[in-house]
Design a binder for this molecule. Sequence first.
Ligand code: ADP
Length: 486
Amino acid sequence: SHSLGSLGQSRAKFISAEERTGVTFDDFAGQEYIKKELQEIVRILKNDEEFQDKGIYCPKGVLLHGPPGTGKTLLAKAIAGEAGLPFFAANGTDFVEMFVGVAAARVKDLFGNARSFSPSIIFIDEIDAIGSKRGGPDIGGGGAEREQGLLQILTEMDGFKVSTAQVLVIGATNRLDILDPALLRKGRFDKIIRVGLPSEDGRFAILKVHARNKFFRSEEEKDTLLKEIAEQTEDFTGAELQNILNEAGILTARKDLDYIGRDELLEALKRQKGTFETGQEDSTEIPEELKLRLAYREAAVAILACYFPEPHRPFVETDINSIRSQPNMRYTEVPGQVFARKSDYVNSIVRACARKLFELQILAVARVIEEEMFGIDNLCWISAKATLEASRRAELLILQTGMTAFGKAYYKSYSDLVPNLAVKLEALRDEYMRYATEKCSSVLKEYHLAVETITDILLEKGKIQAEEIWDIYKSAPRVAKPPVSS
Ligand code: ADP
């Protein structure tokens, strides 16, 4: 058999090819049912003839969908690794070119390469970039080109004979809703698997995978610590969990310690909760403009926390001494009840809704204040990250709390069973985002003098305690004037 090296010069730059990925299903943790389904596919890939005799064929296309960082690429590589097949990867955005004929030619290149090494695996990440619905609005231009590329993918996939599994095409997207239905038809990507955010047990299992090459004082201590981190990382992706362990490893090395301890893990968790690629670490030298932006954000968040107090998490203080994408406002946790009665369950659902809505509003306000104070053309990463997080909160509010027009909560793993969920979800999410934004905007207008006062104190002293915030809030003259018109 020939090695990938023989592709030599002809290997197109946009394709990354690996003869052996070296990744196995052991590298992916949580969501065991996904692995089970994919293991089945690997078994068919490896024992093609035996299965064909029974009339079982490998699907031609598998579509993995879910949020970024949940391990879709990892799974695709694991399929190749487990089946021992070469792996050809490209990104949907590489096909979107303005030059006539390029998209289709690149698709041909990709499939041609994979076919000459068949059996093999093709992986197309962000397949929505090329495979979005035809006839929709042509955002970013290049619509006709993209359509040619999409048609070429369909032609290539239809060209494979079902009876001979030669090339398995794996696509990944976080926008299942905008994919062209033609891609999802039988004989194309007809196996659709949702890769969602991990549960608490899943997070523990993922942390264990990434702790394999790290040093802990003992196995018992490792388990205890990782359990604690798993409890505190609701909504985290596998990629983020991996970052926590890597960061903890770095902190440990920096302190010249032999083992990762609780302090290092919690510090790494704190950083991960607030990081955004600002390229900046916490330092005493925060640029003046950023300080001003942070002060306004914290002041706005503080006013909102007074306006919509969250009884189960009273806030304590806030500061502008660290640069984080999430507000610096700190809360105390009121411990939950150990003995739960029926009424407690009812209350806890109400609380969960209120909590999610609260989190959504706290994030939305970060964007609102930045737009009002600095103008829409002057937004920075603070609002970018806040908006991203806010829409995630809105989605969770809809899916997990049942506080929606659907009247039901949806477990993520069931969400594929609901027709048009993606479309409904998007519409509702927009509605929540609009609601939160408008609400924040009107609260800020009403309390704009209090926001200014808190901002001044933050700029002067660096931090402010809850009592002082409450005093300012309660005694603030309320005005119906936008803060921007100063
Ligand atoms: P996606 O393709 O969904 O954006 P990736 O596969 O690129 O996500 O994930 C990035 C990295 O995060 C992986 O290489 C892996 O190290 C880690 N990771 C994500 N999900 C998991 C998981 N379920 N188990 C173990 N590691 C994971």
